[in-house]
Structure formats: C-alpha cells, structure tokens
Design a protein around this ligand. Structure first.
Ligand SMILES: Cc1cc2nc3c(=O)[nH]c(=O)nc-3n(C[C@H](O)[C@H](O)[C@H](O)COP(=O)(O)OP(=O)(O)OC[C@H]3O[C@@H](n4cnc5c(N)ncnc54)[C@H](O)[C@@H]3O)c2cc1C
Length: 543
C-alpha cells in the first residue's frame, strides 16, 4: 500500500505491467506525487537481454529523474568501442567497419546534455524499479496478474489475481494504463486492433557468456558484429556488458520453429569460432512485427509502450518510444488529477504519440531491409577475386544505407507534435523531417532545445512539474495572471543570454512539463486566458 492512500484496493492510476514502460510511468507519476498501483504478473526477474540502447531522449528523462549517472555506470563501460563490423564470421572476412565514438570519451554534444548509452534492460529495468519504489506514492505489486476490467462511474474496476496468495482482488482506480506489452486482456477488452504487419520474420536470441571473446579472433573489440552469409540468415552478435555477456541473434526468416530444433552449437562454431568456449544463459524466440494499435485510449483506460507499437529492434527505438509515451502521458494524468487540465489534454496523448509511433515503426521496418542481393551473398564468403569484389560492393552499400540504423537524432531529439490539439502553431514552416539529422528548433510542438545556461545546467533542467515561461526580455505578466486564474502551475524564467535567445527565436516561449514548446511569441497574446485554456486542453482554439 502506498503512503498516500489508506485503502489498499483503491488508487488514482492503476498500471498494468512492470516492464520498462510501466516502471517509467510509475516513476514519473511518483515524482509528481500521484498515487499509483503497479500490478505485474512476474516476480521481477529478467532472464533475457532485450533493449540495449538508452537513447539521448530517454537519458534526458533519466537526468530529470536523477538516475543518469547510475545508468551511465551500469551498462557498457564508457571506454568500450561502440564500432560496428559487418563480416562473414569472426574467423572470416571483414566486409565493412563503421567506427563510432565511445560514450565516455567524446566531447559534450551541442544538441543534448545526455549522450545515448548502452545499458541493457537487465541492468536498466532494476534501476527504474528502484526509482519507482523510492516514491512513497508508488505501490509495486509483483506476482499480481490483471484478469479483467470493467468501467465504472468513477473510473475503472480491475479484477487482479494475487498469485502468491492464490486469491482474487478487486482494485478500483480513476485511470488505468496498460503497459502490458499487448499481453494482458486490456487491449482485447477495449476492442483494439493492430494496423500493419503482424509477422515479418521469426528469430531466436541466445544469451551467451563468452569470456575474453576478443582474445580469440583478430577482428577487434566491437559492440556489434553483423554476419553476412550465403543463405541470408545474417546472424548478429551484440555485446551486453562490455565483458563476457553477448547475445547471438539468429534470423529464422519465415519459419516459426521449435527453438529446441535450432542447432545453436553449429551457429556458434560457424560464426564465432570452433574452439571458443561458451555457456548458454537463456534462449528467447521472438517475432519481428510492424504494427501500431488503432486506438490508444478508451475512456479512463490508456495503452502505452509495446501494447500500442511493436517493430524491428533495428535502430533501438522500442523501449525508448514506450518511455516517451509514459513521459507524455504522466504529466497529463497528473494535471487532470490535480484539477487544472481540460478534457483535451488527455485526448492529446494519442494525437501526439500515435503519428510518431507510426513514423518510428516505418523507420524500424525500413532499417531491417536486406542490404545484400542473393547473387552477391552467394559468393561473399569465397576466397576468390569474385568474392573480394562482392564484399567491396556490399561494403559500399552498407556504408551508404546503414548509417540511419545507428544515427537517428532526427527522430530521437527531433520528434514533433505538429498537429497536437494542445499546441499553438506560430505560422513558421514545418522543418523537414529527417531520421538522421536533428536541427534544434523552438517551434511549437518541438522539444525545447538544449543549451548550457551555465556549466552543468541545461535549459532542459528548467522544465518539470508545471509550465515554464522562458522570457528573453518579453513581458510575461498577463500570461502568469491567466495561468494563476486557472490553477495552472507556471514559473517564469528570465534568460539573459543572446545565444540562447537566438536559438529560441522569440521573446517569450512557453514550455510544457514534458519539455515541449506549447507556444511562443514576441509578446503575450491579447487573450492570454485563451492561450492558457488551449495548452491545458480546455479550449478548441484561441481567440
Ligand atoms: C531482441 C530485442 C531487442 C530489442 N532492442 C531494443 C533496443 O535496443 N532499444 C529499444 O528501445 N527497444 C528494444 N527492444 C524492444 C523493447 O524490449 C520493448 O519495446 C520493451 O521491453 C517494451 O516495454 P513494455 O514495458 O512496453 O513491455 P514489456 O517489456 O513487454 O513489459 C510488459 C510487462 O507486462 C506484464 N504483463 C503482461 N500482462 C499482464 C497482466 N495481465 N497482468 C500483470 N502484468 C502483465 C509482463 O509480465 C511484462 O513484465 C528490443 C526487443 C527485442 C525483442
């Protein structure tokens, strides 16, 4: 039971699933003082490594939550080379090498205070769990399975099975957010349908311990080895801890086979080496999909994370996008529960996140496109002049086409909510959409850009619980009065720095609690109350 309620079966927000998205949502709600119960059918153990990439935007959330250093220090060591190699095997031919700076060694980035990190979910999820549990308003219940839900006058009633005690319990909540990865009865009860392709290919991931792998081949230490073979299975070997933990991914293509029938030993011998000692820790069969849910909310019930979007891991977007959903929804739920939001604020969740998820799913699906033609592949392993020419042709294609798989700042930092009902457009043209390149902009609907205000303090550190009105010499009084009249928490921050003023382009910039620009102008609008109503979701348009 959390410290804010006396009834263990009643809460403001019931979260289904303690994967990274459920935990991230609980942590952000907890940081806002919102009481929530998280029910998770598992016992909290993580048996197989999935997401590795904590992208810059997620690291910005971690910075907000005060766990960025912990994440940095928990995954791959800062000096581990993050290079990528395409090769026929660790004992065979190198086809292409993509060098990348290590996370620890390079200079600060101009666009974000936080570099992306490699910190696998086996390390990251426990950090999120500890963070969530550090807030007195969060009540995390493992071994609790949600079985069914029913809408009530006051919100939602959920039937939950306490698996440890062997009894059923009823939990009532004002809102329910299903972060169940699509596995609970919630999506089905809501009648949610997937749009897209439910099965692109089937895969088997093998979690391995291979001590000192780099001493057993001459290809160098890398984060990713992508193997190219004649039959197009193209396995990958990915580092998990910068030491002895690795994940071998085998593409089974169209076949959904019994994992027990896959000869893992043969794959290790073929791609890694015949005399390399290894131990299998766990095996995970999974299906690569390209799908987005048609509906993200019905009444008091919301869906987030893999429950609404699933796609290829190429590009490392899945968990990061889910945490973005949680970050977008959390402050809107808090504002609604605190009583200062209009009904459109919660409606804006799907309007903002679904188009972004559709773009990300498209990108991840493109990322997994074949990078080699069958006739080239057929000879790529050959020790002949034709084999060498095939490898050279493949190398050119890889260097030309594969960069966006590993560099996607345009989507990660440049994600925009252009058509949101709670954003006030300023008439400036939409910036071009790029996957790879991010151009900082304070145009409404964009993530407010990063700049250092002083050493160690970013503009992003100014944003948080309420709205923030940045003033670069603008007169903010009427907006502050309008916010106060509607109970909207707003702080005004005057910035006297010409470079940051140039970056933000207007004298007044209104930034939401999630760090997105809601409005900007050189002077307060005549109808400041209308502006506040628009951004809190209580008006259709400002006068
Ligand atoms: C091979 C692979 C590599 C990946 N690499 C990356 C990467 O590099 N970067 C990235 O961002 N993403 C990556 N992903 C995707 C990432 O793992 C997922 O997007 C992420 O785990 C989704 O988080 P989630 O919390 O939405 O769902 P999940 O992690 O699936 O968690 C859902 C939770 O809900 C619980 N649950 C389900 N039903 C119920 C119920 N009825 N009652 C109670 N609890 C319930 C489940 O037990 C589970 O714990 C990868 C995925 C795979 C398969």
């Amino acid at each position: 039971m959390n410290a804010l309620t006396t009834d263990p079966f009643s809460t403001s927000v019931l979260i289904v699933g303690a994967g990274p998205v459920g935990l991230g949502l609980a942590a952000d709600l907890g940081s806002r003082g919102v009481d929530c119960i998280v029910v998770e059918q598992g016992d909290g153990g993580i048996f197989h490594p999935r997401a590795n990439t904590i992208n810059s935007r997620t690291m910005e959330f971690c910075r907000r939550w005060g766990i960025a250093d912990k994440v940095r220090n928990s995954g791959t060591p800062p000096d581990f080379p993050l290079d990528i190699s395409y090769l026929t095997s660790l004992q065979g031919h190198v086809i292409a090498h993509i060098p990348r700076p290590t996370y620890g060694g390079a200079k600060p980035l101009p666009t974000t205070p936080e570099r992306s990190q490699r910190c696998n979910q086996v390390f990251f999820d426990p950090i999120l769990r500890d963070l969530a549990m550090s807030f007195p308003s969060v009540d995390l219940r493992y071994n609790h399975r949600l079985d069914s839900i029913r809408e009530t006058a006051g919100g939602i009633e959920a039937m939950v099975r306490n698996l440890a005690a062997g009894r059923s319990e009823t939990i009532s909540a004002r809102f329910l957010v299903s972060c169940c990865g699509g596995h609970s009865p919630v999506p089905r009860t809501l009648g949610v349908r997937w749009e897209g392709m439910p099965a692109l290919s089937h895969h088997l991931n093998v979690f391995l311990r291979i001590p000192d792998l780099w001493t057993r081949h001459d290809k160098g230490k890398m984060a990713f080895y992508f193997f190219v073979d004649k039959d197009g299975h193209n396995p990958s070997l990915i580092e998990i801890d910068g030491n002895s933990l690795w994940r071998l991914g085998i593409n089974l293509r169209d076949e959904r086979v019994d994992p027990k029938s896959v000869d893992i030993d043969a794959a290790v011998r073929r791609y890694i080496g015949s005399d390399v000692p290894y131990e299998i820790i766990s095996v995970l069969p999974w299906t690569c999909r390209s799908i987005v849910a048609d509906c993200w909310r019905k009444g008091p019930v919301f869906l987030a994370g893999d429950a609404v979007h699933q796609h290829s891991p190429s590009g490392g977007f899945g968990m990061n996008t889910g945490l973005g959903d949680a970050f977008d929804l959390s402050w809107k739920l808090a504002a609604t529960l605190e009583g200062w939001a209009g009904p459109q604020l919660l409606e804006s969740y799907e309007a903002e996140r679904k188009p972004l998820a559709q773009r990300i799913v498209r990108t991840a699906t493109e990322n997994r496109a074949e990078f080699s033609a069958p006739d080239t592949r057929a000879i790529v392993e050959d020790d002949t002049p034709e084999g060498a020419t095939a490898r050279e042709r493949m190398r050119e294609g890889i260097l030309r086409d594969r960069t966006q798989v590993f560099v996607s700042d345009g989507i990660v930092l440049g994600a925009r909510y252009d058509d949101s009902p709670v954003i006030v457009a300023d008439g400036s043209p939409r910036p071009p959409d790029s996957i790879k390149d991010y151009t900082p902009t304070a145009r409404p609907g964009s993530r407010a850009p990063h700049a250092w205000i002083e050493p160690g303090i970013s503009t992003l550190d100014l944003f948080g619980k309420g709205f923030t009105l940045l003033s670069f010499g603008g007169e903010a009084t009427s907006i502050a009065q309008a916010a106060r009249a509607k109970g909207v928490p707003l702080s005004i921050v005057a910035i006297d720095d010409p470079d940051i003023a140039t970056l933000y382009e207007r004298k007044l910039v209104l930034v939401r609690p999630d760090g997105y620009v809601a409005w900007r102008g050189d002077a307060a609008p005549d109808n400041a109350a209308g502006l506040i109503d628009k951004v809190r979701g209580a008006a259709k348009a400002i006068a």
